[in-house]
Design a protein around this ligand. Structure first.
Ligand code: SF4
Ligand code: FES
Length: 298
């Protein structure tokens, strides 16, 4: 458990990174959206005065990076998946024509709606290799003018990402209804009683709430993470991914090839190889982010 500092003026400190998800309202229906599939059943959005109080309280604790979810892009961020990854060259040419200075090619992360559509969205290894090669050629051509960041899908790695820098370490997200989360997708984790900024201040949420302490430190870890020297770097990977794939958020992220569940990932990749070769298969219908479907979601 983190120790709460004495109140008063202070420099940077946890939570360093504050994300305010101002609204789940969106006119689009993206099949890779990370929003909770049950977004239509969340409560009323916070009023402006509560957002302003959250900003003041988080800043007083030491937050130095602010993200506002939604709104106009400052950079061009392109979500890649099996159905568009072969067009990376054209996407980058378009970014150049638009005058983008920074392009993020972010392969889909499989949470929320993307998890529902994983079977259709996971690219093959060959597609990934082609996209990386096209990106590299573009980088060499525009060197110094446009920065291009390529995020490889977790499923093709042998070690997991250090998700959120470890839950409860640096990141605090506030959902439109005021729910405070140690990661964007934490609503899905069972038994995590997420606090709400309507009824608690940020200091109490960050330091005292069971939800923010649940995955701090190493006491919650199981083997092989518990005795693994890499645990101080990757914190056992992603809790949400461990939950989605194995049903237990305290398991090692199956992306890690030391996980006893790693085969769940390699099987998904093998299936993607087959499906990509067969193109879109009729039995795997895409689920578009939609208000009516969200109301029915479990
Ligand atoms: Fe990281 Fe756990 Fe894998 Fe070790 S066993 S590399 S700590 S995920
Ligand atoms: Fe929740 Fe990684 S997305 S811990």
């Amino acid at each position: 458990m983190n120790t709460a500092p004495t109140p008063g003026p202070s420099g940077p400190g946890p939570p360093l990174w504050l994300l305010l998800e101002l609204t789940y309202r969106c006119p689009l229906h993206c099949v890779f959206c990370y929003n909770p599939t049950e977004f239509a059943r969340t409560g009323a959005e916070l009023p402006t005065e509560d957002w302003l109080r959250v900003l003041r309280e988080a800043r007083a604790l030491g937050a130095v990076q602010l993200g506002l979810s939604g709104g106009e892009p400052m950079v061009l961020n392109v979500v890649l998946h099996r159905l568009n990854i072969d067009h990376v060259g054209e996407i980058l040419d378009m970014a150049e024509r638009l005058g983008a200075q920074y392009v993020e090619l972010a392969n889909t992360q499989y949470y929320g709606w993307a998890w529902l559509n994983r079977q259709q969205l996971l690219p093959s290894r060959a597609q990934l290799a082609r996209a990386e090669a096209a990106t590299q050629r573009f980088r060499e051509r525009v060197a110094g003018r446009i920065q291009v960041y390529f995020v490889v899908p977790d499923y093709f790695e042998r070690r997991p990402k250090a998700c959120m820098g470890g839950l409860g370490s640096v990141f605090l997200g506030i959902a439109p209804d005021g729910i405070a989360m140690p990661c964007h997708a934490a609503r899905m984790l069972p038994g995590l009683d997420l606090p709400n900024v309507r009824s608690a201040d940020i200091r109490t949420i960050w330091y005292d709430s069971p939800a923010f302490n649940r995955f701090r430190g190493e006491a919650w870890m199981k083997e092989p993470c518990r005795s693994c020297p890499e645990r101080t770097h990757d914190f056992g990977g992603c809790r949400c991914q461990a939950y989605l794939l194995t049903g237990d958020a305290t398991n090692t992220d199956p992306v890690c090839d030391l996980s006893p569940h790693h085969q769940l990932v390699t099987d998904a990749v093998a299936r993607a190889e087959r499906d990509a070769a067969l193109a879109a298969r009729a039995e795997h219908v895409l689920v578009f982010r939609d208000h009516r479907i969200s109301i029915k979601a479990p």
